[in-house]
Design a protein around this ligand. Structure first.
Ligand code: ZN
Length: 75
């Protein structure tokens, strides 16, 4: 069974197509920290999307506050 894998040790994502059940990470060589993307990466992807949305909202808020502060500051 081929699929996408993710190494929790070095945060490296890779694809294995040779049918290995628990392939070693090609970057650090560990097998115990390798997770299948189907279970582990899905949660991680959702969290990453939430994080991106949060950062965008935060930056927009900071930009708006700076804009208001620039307009309202007495000089
Ligand atoms: Zn690794």
């Amino acid at each position: 069974m081929s699929g996408d894998y993710y190494c929790a040790h070095c945060e490296y994502e890779f694809v294995v197509g040779d049918g290995s059940e628990q392939p070693p990470c090609p970057k650090c060589g560990q097998t115990e920290s390798v997770r299948s993307v189907d279970t582990f990466g899905l949660v991680r992807t959702i969290w990453r999307q939430w994080l991106v949305a949060f950062v965008i909202l935060f930056l927009a808020g900071v930009g708006f506050m700076l804009y208001q502060w620039t307009l309202g500051s007495p000089s």
